[in-house]
Each structure stands twice: as structure tokens, then as C-alpha cells.
Write a new protein. Structure first.
Length: 507
């Protein structure tokens, strides 16, 4: 069968997924492709998605976006990690930082040295005494720091918080300036090729027809093209991740802009707090099987640190993923491809990684099945790795104070996670896949933070004498404290480099 050369790309949906996809394709394949994005103001976007992970910096670099301009336009702030409150046990807290703790010595990761030290003494939380990110977060400081002093110790790794609707507008302006055409309208029907079943065109309610060679479904949870039209099924993962609803509400700006997201465990879910320059983003993610919507709203409002600026807005979802991410000549990106709850702020990253993978494997002409297979294989692996990391937060807990937590603590988890827990518990080693999004330091911090104290450490750590170890740990802390003391406050950094326009602050 003859397949035309792929020159016309149609993106359906203009939320964060649609506009990131448009921006990246315009930047990297804009000379080969005509790109048309169809979206409907009447339908709108999901309107949440405000916390990110450091990989977003790579996206901005590829797009050539200036960091300060970007943060000014989106009322953004910096993020050093996520503080988890009440997860492993009630009253506990830890920061999952974007950086290492301490530094690797003699090819042995720092946590093994720390585990060996007298200071560890059965307290898994002690590791954070050697976290640069924790020190900066505690003092609400932020600055660009590549290295600690003149050591080999890495400085501050960071990501951003930003206003989701301003982010989509920012990327829209970027994409339109690079030739992307935006068409307003609601998709009413889809035309398929009688022989191949490929999508040939979509028709909007106003009668306009948009034809294309390749379609990207960014229509959100509805998954209009891949799910509804092409009939690709959905794998439901809610037995492991039982939260299925969220209520989101903005509140006034925090009195001190801290450089981290907070995730506080609640009786049947958890609540996020995202500090922006003009307001705070909040939401309660919960399981409808374990609490009512009214009780969830009360919990959310009672947990706000500043005055609410509206009524809670409900969102429903099912955690899981599409059986395939690309079928025929259509790939789904964003919520249309699956959903992993926002506990580790991974959805925008998934959009970005799917777009970059699709661009790497994008078909020119001919049979695309080999590229499609590779794309589906890699996207599926990525989803499963993130899923396991999220389940860890719920399952590894001593909490049994509500039905929800009893369920999470005692549920069966995927074998891949059981193995990781056993390995770390026995030896402090991390059984991470090579292409796992989460680094060894992330797994270590969350496993310790949730309360696992490894029974042993890497014997290579014994190569340092006890005196050397004590001196090393003391010196490290001094160097880190000095480096953090030299940083400006997060507020000062923002005011100096990326203050939001007064007009935007008032909006
Ligand atoms: C509670 C919650 C909290 C989240 N928090 C985070 C977070 O902190 N960090 C993070 O990275 N991610 C987060 N996410 C995920 C993030 O919000 C999404 O990944 C992101 O917004 C992308 O959404 P989307 O573009 O896929 O879908 P949407 O925003 O829903 O956009 C869908 C688009 O499709 C269009 N459309 C739909 N149907 C039609 C039609 N028939 N015709 C024409 N157009 C149509 C709509 O108009 C819209 O433009 C969160 C998600 C939820 C639910």
C-alpha cells in the first residue's frame, strides 16, 4: 500500500500537551512539516499541572527559551524538591530533593557512608543533615550553584512551579511565531482511510475539515482520537494507586515563598501546595472509595495556609495508561495517553519525553510499524517505572489509622517494586533500571524518608577508617552550610531576576 510522505501534522488539543508538542515540532521539524493545532475554547483545558521536575530545563534549552523571561511570563518560582508530610508515619516529614545528599566517595554512594556512621543510629531521616537542598529549603534560599566550594560536590539542581494557563499561552505565542496555525473549533467527526484505517481528516462543528498525514491526540482525558476513534483500550492501575478524584483551589500567595512543593498525606489521599509569585496552587487528591466529595472539600479548605480565592474545582481520573501510545497514524500525548497522579510532578515530563521520543522516531514515509513498536515499548516502560515509584509512597508506610492507609499498606504491589524494596532493605542498594527517570538518590531519599532503614551498607565503605569518616562528614557539613549561607533568599532571587509584571500580578 502506498503511504504518502508525512508533511502535514495535525495536533488536536491546546492544553499543556498540545502546545508543548506544537512548540517542539515547530522547533525541530518545522521546516519539513506544516503544523496545525485545533482546540476549543468552549471545552477548555484541565487547568492544573503547575509543578515540574528538572528535565523541563532541557525542554527549555531545546526550545531556546530564556529562563527568566519564562518565569516572568508564568509567575513562576524555583523548586528544589517535594516535601512529604505524614507519609511514612503521622508526624514524619522529608524532602525528596532534586540533588544528591553528601557526595560519592571511592565509588560508594554517600548514603552507604552515612549508614555506617554513628550518626545514622537507626534514624533514617538523619541523611538530610547532609542535603544541600534541605539546608536551602529550610532557609527559603535559592541561587545558581553549580558546585559546593571547589569540591566535586554538585550544587543545586532545580525545577519550576508556574501558572498552568500562562504556560500554555506562553508556548502558544512561541509556536505561532514559528509557523504553527491555530484553528478554533470542536471536533465533530473523524474520517478514516477505508483500506488502512488511518485517520485522514477531522471535521469541526462549523463544517471546517482539517486533513493531515499524522495526527497527535492531545484532547485530554477524553482521548478523542486514540481512545474513542481508534478504540485503543485503557489499563486501569487504580488497584495500586486508588486515588481517582481531585479538588483544586487557588489561595493567596504564601507570606514566604519557599522553593519546594509540599505534599501532605490526608485520611484518604493527599494535598498539594505549590507556591507561585501571585498565588498558591492547592489541591486534594483522594479516593472516592474511601471518602466523600464533601469531606474531601472540607479537608482541602481546612488544610490551606492562606485564604482561598475561589471554590474547589472537581477533576476525575483513572490512573493507568492506554494499551498503546501510537496506533495507525496517531499518537496520544498528555492526559489522552494515560495518567499518573501528580505526586511526583511527572505528567509534564511525560509530555516532554513522549514528544522528544516521537520526534526521534517520526516517520518520513513508508511503513511506520517498526518506529511505532519501538515508541510504544519505550513509553510503556517509562510509565511502569514511574508507577512503581509512586506506589512506593503509599505502600511503604506504618500508617494504619484510616481504611485508606490500611488498604495501601497491605495491598499487593508489582513484583518489580517488591524486589526494589527487598534489595534496599537488605543492603542499601538500589535496583534501578538504566533508563529509570528517577536517579539512585531519588529512590534512596524516598525509601529512607518512608522509613526503611537498610540492614547493611556497601562493604566498600569500610575502606575509610572511622576517624576519616567522622572528619569527612564534619567537613562536608561545614562546606555545605557555608555554600548555602552565601545564597540569596528565594524572594530576593526572583525579585532581582524574574519579577512578574505588576499587570500580571493583579490579573
Ligand atoms: C489534579 C491534577 C494535578 C496535576 N498536577 C500536575 C503537576 O503538578 N505537574 C505536572 O507535571 N502535571 C500535573 N498534572 C497533569 C497536567 O495537568 C497535564 O499533564 C497537562 O495539563 C496536560 O493536559 P492535556 O493538555 O493533556 O489536557 P487538557 O488540558 O485537558 O487539554 C485538552 C485540550 O483538548 C481540547 N479538546 C478536547 N476535546 C476536543 C474536541 N472535541 N475538539 C477540539 N478540541 C478538543 C481542549 O479544548 C483542550 O485544549 C495534573 C493533573 C491533574 C488531574
Amino acid at each position: 500500500m502506498d503511504r504518502p510522505e508525512v508533511t502535514r501534522l495535525v495536533i488536536v488539543g491546546g492544553g499543556t500537551a498540545g502546545w508543548i508538542t506544537a512548540a517542539a515540532f515547530a522547533r525541530l521539524l518545522g521546516e519539513r512539516l506544516t503544523i496545525e493545532l485545533v482546540e476549543s475554547e468552549a471545552i477548555g483545558t484541565v487547568g492544573v499541572g503547575e509543578a515540574t521536575i528538572p528535565q523541563i530545563i532541557r525542554l527549555n534549552t531545546i526550545l531556546g527559551i530564556d529562563e527568566h523571561e519564562f518565569l516572568r511570563a508564568t509567575s513562576g518560582t524555583f523548586k528544589l524538591g517535594i516535601e512529604f508530610v505524614d507519609w511514612g508515619s503521622k508526624g514524619s516529614r522529608y524532602l525528596h530533593t532534586f540533588g544528591e545528599t553528601g557526595m560519592t566517595v571511592g565509588n560508594v554512594a554517600f548514603h552507604h557512608h552515612w549508614r555506617r556512621s554513628a550518626g545514622a543510629a537507626g534514624d533514617p531521616k538523619g541523611l538530610w543533615n547532609w542535603s544541600l537542598h534541605q539546608m536551602a529549603a529550610d532557609q527559603a534560599r535559592f541561587g545558581k550553584l553549580d558546585r559546593v566550594g571547589n569540591t566535586a560536590m554538585a550544587g543545586l539542581a532545580y525545577a519550576y512551579h508556574f501558572d498552568a494557563s500562562r504556560y500554555a499561552l506562553f508556548l502558544r505565542a512561541y509556536s505561532e511565531a514559528r509557523g504553527v496555525t491555530r484553528t478554533e473549533g470542536i471536533v465533530q467527526s473523524v474520517q478514516r482511510d477505508g483500506e488502512s484505517g488511518d485517520i485522514r481528516a477531522i471535521t469541526l462543528q462549523n463544517g471546517t475539515t482539517v486533513a493531515g498525514d499524522f495526527f497527535i491526540d492531545c484532547t485530554g482525558f477524553r482521548s478523542l482520537l486514540l481512545g474513542e476513534e481508534l478504540g485503543v483500550g485503557y489499563q486501569d492501575w487504580s488497584r495500586w494507586l486508588p486515588c481517582d478524584r481531585a479538588l483544586a483551589v487557588p489561595s493567596e500567595r504564601l507570606p514566604v515563598l519557599v522553593p519546594y512543593t509540599r505534599a501532605t498525606a490526608k485520611d484518604a489521599g493527599w494535598q498539594w501546595r505549590i507556591p507561585l509569585q501571585h498565588r498558591t496552587g492547592n489541591g486534594h487528591v483522594y479516593s472516592s472509595g474511601f471518602t466523600s466529595d464533601d469531606a474531601a472539600a472540607d479537608t482541602l479548605l481546612a488544610g490551606l495556609d492562606t485564604r482561598a480565592l475561589g471554590d474547589p474545582r472537581p477533576i476525575r481520573f483513572t490512573t493507568g495508561r492506554r494499551e498503546a501510545f501510537w496506533a495507525h497514524n496517531c499518537a496520544a500525548i498528555g492526559l489522552s495517553s494515560g495518567f499518573l497522579e501528580p505526586l511526583e510532578s511527572t505528567s509534564i515530563h511525560l509530555i516532554q519525553s513522549h514528544v522528544s521520543r516521537l520526534i526521534q522516531l517520526f516517520p518520513r514515509a513508508g511503513d511506520p510499524s517498526a518506529m511505532r513498536e519501538e515508541y510504544n515499548r519505550r513509553c510503556a516502560a517509562e510509565f511502569a517505572q514511574i508507577r512503581d515509584f509512586l506506589i512506593l509512597h503509599y505502600h511503604q508506610t506504618t500508617r494504619e489509622d484510616t481504611e485508606f492507609w490500611r488498604y495501601c499498606k497491605h495491598m499487593a504491589v508489582p513484583d518489580s517494586l517488591t524486589h526494589k524494596l527487598a534489595l534496599f532493605g537488605a543492603s542499601g542498594r538500589v535496583g534501578r533500571d538504566v533508563d529509570d527517570l528517577f536517579r539512585e538518590a531519588s529512590w534512596v531519599q524516598v525509601m529512607l524518608g518512608q522509613g526503611i532503614m537498610p540492614a547493611d551498607y556497601d562493604p566498600m565503605a569500610d575502606r575509610m577508617s572511622e576517624d576519616q569518616l567522622a572528619e569527612f562528614l564534619a567537613n562536608l557539613r561545614t562546606l555545605m552550610s557555608r555554600a548555602v549561607a552565601g545564597l540569596p533568599s528565594h524572594e530576593q532571587y526572583l525579585a532581582r531576576h524574574c519579577p512578574v509584571d505588576a499587570a500580571l500580578l493583579a490579573a
